[in-house]
Design a protein around this ligand. Structure first.
Ligand SMILES: [Zn+2]
Length: 271
């Protein structure tokens, strides 16, 4: 029997049955970014971000579809030229006939999505959405419990080890007890009030600005909840594995690769 051909749209439609574009944030631009939905696909590269090095890898691996979490076309471009970062990526994808598709805040909000994946890495149990949507089957962030209470100092070590993050910014007393943990992969500063209302002992996310740290202070200036900025990339890197495992089960004839490229442009200078 002839092998059934798989098209890019078969894979992206399956993904959308898990992470519907309807649950993406209104500011987002999820879905097909560049290329043909009708490209025949037998090899797929999965990456948090698209960079020239990821396209190099895609060409080396002879893939015809790249899936990223972060959309390449987030802000509507006013020009497409090969003299800027986004433009040259679009030109290269077109030249190499590679289709690019992104599942972003819809994958954050999907059941078993980005934040649930983060909760699993931190060994949380009894995990639920931190901010459930009205349908209760999607939402932002996740909250659960550690197997047993530990100090914030031990918890920071756990985050460092599990997320391979070289440094952490945090607020809170190192001696405080951590049992209930709220998380949100990526930029989750806006969920701090909800994490406090959930009585979480700590909230882990990325991209926290200076003033966000004041949001956890009580009237006495002490922290009502510990707050940890573990990095945007570090709290979302596992998304590549999440997508890979989900898709491998459904498309056994397709080879899925997680990128070998460290796509974050941020370095840590540790003295
Ligand atoms: Zn992100």
């Amino acid at each position: 029997m002839a092998k059934r051909l798989i098209y890019a749209c078969d894979i992206t439609s399956a993904l959308e049955s898990w992470a519907s574009p309807d649950i993406a944030e209104s500011y987002d631009n999820v879905g097909l970014q560049v290329g043909s939905p009708n490209r025949i696909v037998d090899r797929v590269l999965i990456s948090l971000d698209l960079t020239p090095q990821v396209v190099d890898e895609a060409v080396d691996r002879r893939v015809s579809l790249i899936l990223t979490h972060h959309p390449l076309l987030f802000h509507a471009p006013t020009r497409i030229s090969d003299d800027d970062f986004i433009g040259q990526l679009i030109f290269r994808l077109a030249r190499e006939n590679i289709t690019l598709y992104s599942a972003h805040t819809n994958l954050d909000a999907a059941p078993g999505g980005v934040s649930k994946g983060l909760a699993d890495i931190l060994d949380l149990h009894d995990v639920s959405f931190l901010k459930p949507n009205a349908d209760d089957n999607s939402g932002m962030g996740a909250v659960g419990k550690l197997p047993e209470p530990i100090s914030l100092q031990m918890f920071l070590s756990l985050v460092h080890t599990k997320l391979k993050t070289p440094s952490l910014r945090y607020a809170g007393s190192l001696e405080s007890t951590i049992h209930t943990v709220a998380v949100c992969g990526g930029s989750g500063g806006n969920l701090i009030p909800i994490a406090i209302d959930t009585n979480a002992d700590v909230y882990v996310t990325g991209d926290l600005s200076y003033h966000r740290f004041f949001d956890v202070l009580g009237p006495d200036g002490d922290c009502r909840m510990a707050l940890v900025d573990a990095g945007h990339y570090e709290t979302e890197k596992h998304t590549e594995q999440l997508l890979c495992v989900w898709l491998e089960k459904r498309f056994p004839s397709v080879t899925f690769f997680r990128t070998n490229v460290l796509t974050s442009p941020i370095n840590y200078h540790i003295f």
